[in-house]
Design a protein around this ligand. Structure first.
Ligand code: HEM
Length: 316
């Protein structure tokens, strides 16, 4: 970007590690507006996202600040963005298990804003909102925070078995399998609420069986003792099928509405779907993920994250 030459495989910042502060924003375009009214603001927002990322590098190089924008299937069509669409972009469809459901909810644009400097994260969210509120309604606003050594609010370290090094690009960013969309990524999000009272009433040894790892030291259980319905037993679908997760805890202690914002970037959405099916329907069917007895998905949306240069084209 800084040299002025942008290559097609110049991704948005989808492979960075979670940091201290995050805003997650989901916006839906106002029904009362036409595409012709929405498009100029959308173009302006694409330019703004590029501007904010460049500015972050220049002004706060150590803050790990970035803003990633994703576009939903309906929005892609409504805005008249290129066809054929990214191969696996569609509306996420509800996955119904015997006991738990991964619901599907509408999302036109998703913003994933990160910065160790909280003020900068706030400023980015605020300036994006100034534009977005003229064309869309915000349906999800979550402020995630780093909890101790990257723990979910359930008290377990979250992110350990994520891909590392160059594997992050391999699993998160589209390569030659969809040449037009090389450098792009599928973004899947779910806002989970936890039943923390029920969770806290479980003895730690039992909690560890739910996750499949030890709580304090984050060590994986051996296959002999790991229950078949442990979270990691069902979410792990093999070394060749991984995603890059950036989950963050959020919530309010006084209402006890505490949760996990699940977010992942993937080069193929089918990988995410397979994980979700294992968790919600179970493998075999009925052997569902026990983490869901303490966690309810209240949203579920799929977005496509274009490469930076495609975002630049969209900016017009
Ligand atoms: C309630 C929401 C969730 C919470 C609190 C949660 C938490 C965790 C924790 C604590 C771990 C173990 C440490 C690690 O390797 O990261 C883990 C692993 C993992 N989770 Fe989740 N998770 C949630 C939802 C999901 C969902 C929806 C997916 C997939 C669609 C998923 C996919 C994975 C994968 C792939 C692993 C690594 C498994 C392995 O290879 O060992 N998680 N999660």
């Amino acid at each position: 970007m800084t040299t002025g030459t942008i290559s097609r495989n110049n991704p948005q910042n989808v492979t960075d590690y979670p940091n201290n502060n995050t805003y997650f924003l989901v916006w839906n375009f106002k029904d009362s507006l036409t595409a012709a009214q929405i498009k100029p603001v959308f173009q302006r927002v694409c330019a703004l996202v590029i501007n904010l990322n460049n500015s972050a590098l220049d002004r706060f190089p150590n803050s790990k600040a970035s803003c990633v924008m994703g576009i939903g299937y309906n929005a892609w069509l409504q805005l008249g963005l290129p066809t054929p669409l990214p191969a696996e972009l569609k509306n996420f469809e509800t996955i119904t298990g015997a006991k738990h459901t991964a619901i599907a909810t509408k999302g036109d644009l998703h913003f994933h804003i990160r910065s160790d400097v909280q003020s900068f994260a706030y400023d980015m969210a605020s300036v994006i909102t100034d534009f977005m509120k003229t064309i869309a309604d915000c349906v999800v606003e979550v402020q995630g925070f780093r909890y101790w050594d990257s723990r979910s609010i359930l008290g377990f370290v979250d992110g350990t078995e994520n891909p590392h090094g160059t594997d992050r690009d391999y699993f998160a960013v589209i390569d030659e399998q969809d040449p037009v969309y090389k450098g792009g990524s599928y973004l899947f999000v779910q806002k989970y609420l936890h039943n923390l009272d029920a969770w806290k009433s479980l003895p730690v040894a039992e909690q560890e069986k739910v996750i499949g790892r030890s709580k304090e030291l984050d060590i994986e259980m051996s296959d002999e003792i790991k229950p078949k319905n442990a979270h990691i037993a069902l979410a792990n679908i093999g070394d060749d099928f991984k995603v890059v997760r950036d989950n963050m805890p959020f919530g309010s202690v006084t209402t006890n509405e505490m949760g996990t914002y699940f977010i992942c970037y993937a080069s193929t959405f089918t990988t995410v779907e397979k994980m979700l099916r294992n968790m919600f329907v179970g493998d075999p069917a009925g052997n569902y993920d026990r983490i869901l007895d303490f966690s309810t998905a209240t949203t579920g949306s799929l977005f496509f994250v274009p490469s930076m240069d495609m975002l630049d084209e969209f900016a017009g």
